[in-house]
Design a protein around this ligand. Structure first.
Ligand code: AMP
Length: 434
């Protein structure tokens, strides 16, 4: 590592470093919005009694291959997989559920209670073709309810997903739901679909042709217009569900109606991950363009077993933060959320500088957002800085003020000032910032 660095420097090359394609800096102008969104979604998760889990950013490659499925796009072509120095194959998390389930099994979380409700917030990594709404490092929040096979858990997960967007004042979200069946009815349906697809194979797109044998249900999910037209009359899984899946799906729909959640059934909705059973859902927004999925989720009753744990049913969802941000950025209500100092202390002369620094630190330790000058600027320049920082108050301290132990506290918001005792400053500001 160091060797390479030295070579670069010794050549005196001018190098400019940039973010990797498909990754983004989240700059200080944007972070207040992110923090706001994060606080809203945490509040919703907590209201629904979901607890946060943080799993490592990389895991054994086989965890994802086993759970997401060898033949899926994610595992087949999108994972950031590397071999570390001990020749172990590792992968940066492409999604959250596999890691959460691994942690659930490894830490016996199911022992303490029959239903474990978890949420996460994490960067995810997929080597997709970058475009608007599609990044290579993106952020997801998601939740998993592990332990209930019943439709009430599906309904809660869907209701919670919707509640998050509602709390963020996002209108125009559409909920699509489907049932992708189980190990009893899905293989049967897959065979029927496969046979039908083979008859039109030569006319389908190359991608869909490939999927007929590997993952036929995903052909119905194709974005290719010709594929959509050709497969319009294909049999749908919803007409081939076994009794158990059919009744589960009926109950989920009934519960959504009880909860006043509108939805459309989309028999073509299959999610890009193999571990789903029964319920699958997606929330889309017409404000997003071609990458219109805000969130997706479903039930995964066989995943725990697949990963070597005891059979444990589960249901969850994951949502992209960047896509949410694309809509929220249009929402001017969220402008002005940035961090601003309550007070800027300006030193009128060099003799008062150290007092000003000491007072700034004292105010901060008393919980007041205080700022001062660290560039030895003139008083005029300090006043300009206080304005630029949009501080609520400014206090100018010089030798005279220190002698009097009083100073003029200027209110920059309402353009007024009053003489205050320096000793009372923390008390006055604490009351003001309430
Ligand atoms: P998935 O895990 O594929 O079901 O995705 C769940 C959600 O994560 C999607 O609905 C998107 O909001 C978001 N998402 C997935 N892939 C990306 C990506 N490459 N870039 C940005 N957001 C993504």
């Amino acid at each position: 590592m160091f060797g390479k660095f030295e070579i670069l420097i010794s050549k005196f090359e001018t190098v400019t470093f940039k973010t990797i394609r498909g990754t983004k800096d989240i700059l200080p102008a944007e972070t207040p919005r992110w923090q706001y969104v994060e606080s809203v979604l945490r509040a919703v998760f907590h209201r629904f009694n979901y607890k946060e889990i943080r799993t490592p950013v990389f895991e054994q490659t086989s965890l994802f291959a086993r759970s997401i499925g060898e033949l899926t796009d994610i595992v087949g072509k999108e994972m950031y997989t590397f071999t570390d120095r001990s020749s172990e194959s590792l992968t940066l998390k492409p999604e959250g559920t596999a890691s959460v389930m691994r942690a659930f099994i490894q830490n016996n979380l199911g022992e303490a209670q029959p239903l474990v409700k978890l949420y996460y917030l994490s960067p995810m990594f997929r080597q997709e073709r970058p475009q608007a709404g599609r990044l290579r490092q993106f952020h997801q929040f998601g939740a998993e309810a592990i332990g209930s096979p019943f439709p009430e858990a599906d309904a809660e997960i869907i209701a919670m997903t919707i509640e998050i967007y509602r709390q963020l004042s996002l209108a125009h979200c559409a909920l699509k739901i489907n049932s992708v069946g189980c190990e009893k009815c899905r293989p049967r349906y897959k065979k029927i679909l496969q046979a039908e697809l083979r008859t039109i194979a030569p006319q389908l797109s190359e991608e869909s042709r490939r999927r007929i044998e590997q993952n036929p249900m995903r052909v119905l999910d194709s974005k290719d217009e010709n594929d959509i037209r050709l497969t319009a009359a294909m049999p749908l899984i919803t007409d081939h569900l076994c009794e158990e899946c059919s009744s589960h799906f009926g109950n989920v729909k009934a519960l959504l109606t009880t909860l006043h959640i509108s939805y459309t059934v989309d028999g073509r909705l299959v999610r890009g991950l193999d571990y789903y059973t029964k319920t699958a859902f997606e929330l889309t927004s017409d404000e997003l363009g071609s990458q219109d999925a805000l969130a997706g989720g479903g039930r995964y009753d066989l995943l725990a077993q697949e990963l070597g744990g005891k059979p444990t049913p589960g249901v969850g969802f994951a949502a992209g933060i960047e896509r949410l941000m694309m809509i929220i950025e249009k929402n001017t209500m969220l402008n002005g959320l940035d961090v601003r100092p309550t007070i800027f202390l300006a030193a009128a002369d060099s003799s008062s500088r150290s007092w000003v620094i000491e007072k700034t630190m004292e105010l901060r330790s008393r919980g007041i957002a205080a700022e001062t000058d660290f560039l030895q600027r003139s008083l005029k320049a300090q006043m300009r800085e206080a304005d630029r920082q949009r501080a609520a108050f400014v206090l100018v301290i010089g030798a005279e003020e220190l002698k009097r132990q009083t100073a003029a506290l200027k209110n920059l918001r309402v353009k007024g000032e009053r003489e205050v005792s320096l000793a009372d400053l923390p008390k006055i500001l604490s009351e003001e910032s309430l």
